[in-house]
Design a protein around this ligand. Structure first.
Ligand code: FEO
Ligand code: CA
Ligand code: CA
Length: 645
């Protein structure tokens, strides 16, 4: 996610008391040891339920029974170089670059190095700023679909001449560079490559139709002049992380959606709580597209901030916004399965002092893929998390008419609860977290992990102070929290502790030292388990902070492998200059890892000077007249073995 936008997204002014006012690092360390001892290998009890509904493999979704975590590679040093580095014995190759044709039959315009592609071209090319990604097998580990998010745009790099002049065509191109792509890929002659054309190739952009499912569908707050029924929204944008469901669909989180809207008047209290600004956040879509002008279309913003579900196996399917999961600046969404086969969807809201949610489906997952589970995520119970001191926590149900969620308080029905889930969570006394990013579920041990990437506002004057779960003021480095539900994944109580507080022990400020065991990093963002139970951690340090100050020794953004039992961490990959490393998925055999490199060469202002597109990086092509391009990176072990061994 973009630095400036995160700095601006700080809209929780609610006074729900921080009931956790004690930081107790010594106790946390004891808990870490205790939890580590408890992490014994056990059979994954979900395998049967998941297999029942799964169309393809489950790579990346959990641990394999009986195979303890093992990290076998030689860790690499931190790096400030403009390239990808991986351990000896591994090879990393970039493909699916921003602007390549996605492979729509009969419509495959080539990328222009001068950024001269039209909006129409961009709508059938790979989007900008690759993020969450998953692999959907078509032929096991040899051929499949890569579905990925394209989070946002650098409009200085996207358009010839940058943002001057700012035109309707440039707005359309920016909108077309956002969203999600579906690409067919295959391993041929030892090399992964795109299959073009492909009947599966698709782009979802800021203009694509999305059905609205769940309690907000048809709600008065979702109706607009263009969609008086409130059941069909246009577009998905700022899609950050992603989850693969056990029934074979893709979940994508609409993260900083509010940054695209602007109000010429002072925003309403509801709009302010969601971070809307009088003059927007800088995308300037509202200047040429009234849909993003909140005065002209006051309900349009309510139609964004959802988790969207896409069925990549059905090229004719209409994707759906799943409103039962709550509206939030969703980083992403990740699915666990209860012993009786219901879906439990975890999601967090990447904004300062916002919340962590879970949704428990009413119905069981059915065999038959996306079609058979078309309404699974529309019915169930939404909860928000409260982390109490003492290592215990509660999931607080969010039901209209219960507790403080009354009609008088603005929650006349469940539609209002989910549309205003931030306000509902404020009233319910949920814990204000340090920017929840990715979640990862260890299906063998049943611990759920969440990265809390940083929160420099924590403990500042007028801001919430530290609490047990968010124990550091001016938290530049971030932490990884984890919890285990009482009983099954639908439990309403849980125990929790921290896997790690990130940082560098050489730092002077105690809050920036951390307690990493092994190679150093800051600002954990992406996390995912491979099928051997190794937890992979990816980082998103702001370009303006990289390799300086408290981050001096930490290097460019990177990817590390962590044994969750011992917390031992080894650096596996370092990225090019000013990129973010994000997204991780494996082929079912665990022998190919796909990750994304987002915004190589990003300027500290996050908007490139169109006169100097190569100022900080020219990765991955290094063409003298080219420009840095987000890309997917394929990582293989030279001996063909599983990644990480
Ligand atoms: Fe898009 Fe929260 O990073
Ligand atoms: Ca981030
Ligand atoms: Ca992220």
């Amino acid at each position: 996610m973009a630095k400036d936008f995160s700095q601006m997204e700080d809209s929780n002014r609610s006074s729900n008391p921080s009931i956790h006012d004690v930081s107790d690092p010594a106790r946390r360390m004891v808990l870490r040891g205790g939890a580590a001892a408890a992490l014994s290998p056990m059979l994954a009890p979900l395998a049967a339920a998941m297999a029942a509904g799964l169309s393809g493999g489950l790579a990346g979704c959990g641990t394999m029974p009986g195979s303890g975590p093992r990290i076998g590679f030689t860790p690499i040093a931190a790096s400030a170089a403009d390239r990808i580095t991986v351990p000896p014995g591994y090879t990393a190759t970039a493909f699916l670059l921003w602007g390549e044709p996605v492979g729509v039959p009969g419509n495959m315009p080539a990328f222009r190095d001068d950024a001269g592609n039209s909006a129409a071209d961009q709508a059938v090319q790979m989007g900008m700023h690759h993020d969450g990604i998953h692999y959907y097998p078509l032929d096991g580990s040899r051929r499949g679909l890569l579905v990925m998010n394209h989070e946002y745009t650098d409009d200085g790099l996207l358009h010839a001449g940058g943002m001057v002049p700012w035109t309707a065509e440039k707005v359309r191109k920016s909108q077309a560079a956002h969203g999600v792509s579906v690409s067919e890929v295959e391993l041929k002659d030892g090399r992964w490559q795109a299959v073009r054309p492909s009947r599966y190739a698709r782009r979802f952009t800021a203009s694509s139709p999305f059905a609205i499912g769940g309690p907000a569908a048809g709600h008065a707050l979702m109706r607009t002049a263009a969609d008086p029924a409130g059941r069909l929204a246009l577009g998905t944008f700022n899609n950050c992380a992603s989850g693969m469901t056990p029934w074979g669909t893709y979940l994508s989180g609409e993260e900083n959606f509010i940054g695209y809207f602007s109000s010429a008047d002072q925003p309403t209290a509801h709009e302010r709580r969601w971070g809307m600004r009088k003059n927007g956040w800088g995308y300037r879509w509202h200047e040429h597209d009234d849909r993003f002008d909140a005065v002209k279309n006051p309900n349009e913003a309510n139609r964004h901030g959802w988790v969207v579900e896409i069925d990549p196996y059905d090229p004719a399917s209409t994707p759906v916004k799943r409103t039962a999961l709550g509206r939030a600046a969703h980083e992403g969404a990740w699915v666990a399965v209860t012993k009786d086969g219901r879906a439990v969807v975890y999601s967090g809201e990447d904004a300062r002092f916002e919340y962590i949610y879970k949704f428990v489906s009413r119905d069981r997952i059915r065999p038959g893929g996306g079609k058979a589970n078309a309404e699974l995520l529309d019915h169930g119970t939404l909860y928000v998390a409260r982390f109490d001191a003492g290592g215990r926590g509660r999931w607080i149900p969010m039901r209209a008419g219960e507790g403080p969620l009354t009609a008088a308080a603005g929650f006349a029905d469940q539609g209002e609860v989910v549309i205003k889930s931030r306000q509902a969570s404020d009233l319910l006394g949920a814990t204000k977290m340090d920017r929840p990013e990715w979640l990862a579920i260890d299906t063998a041990t049943r611990w759920v992990y969440c990265t809390l990437t940083n929160n420099t506002a924590r403990g500042q004057p007028g801001q919430p102070g530290v609490d047990a779960a968010n124990p550091r003021a001016n938290n530049t480095m971030g932490q990884i929290i984890r919890w285990k539900e009482d009983g099954d994944f639908d439990g309403e109580g849980f125990e929790w502790n921290h896997l790690v507080l990130a940082g560098d022990p050489a730092n002077e400020r105690p809050e920036a030292k951390g307690n990493i065991k092994g190679d150093l990093y800051g600002c954990p963002d992406g996390i995912a388990f491979d099928n051997r139970g190794v937890l992979w951690i990816q980082t998103d340090v702001f370009a303006s902070q990289m390799n300086r100050g408290e981050f001096q020794r930490i290097g460019n953004n990177q990817m590390l492998a962590c044994d969750p039992g011992t917390a031992e961490t080894r650096r596996f990959l370092t990225g090019p200059v000013n990129c973010e490393i994000t997204g991780a998925c494996w082929t079912p055999d665990g022998r190919t890892l796909f990750i994304n490199v987002q915004h190589p060469g990003e300027t500290p202002s996050e908007r490139s000077n169109p006169e100097e597109p190569r100022r900080f990086s020219n990765w991955p092509e290094f063409k003298p007249d080219g420009r840095p391009r987000s890309a997917t990176v394929v990582i293989r072990k030279d001996d063909g073995g599983p990644i990480g061994t």
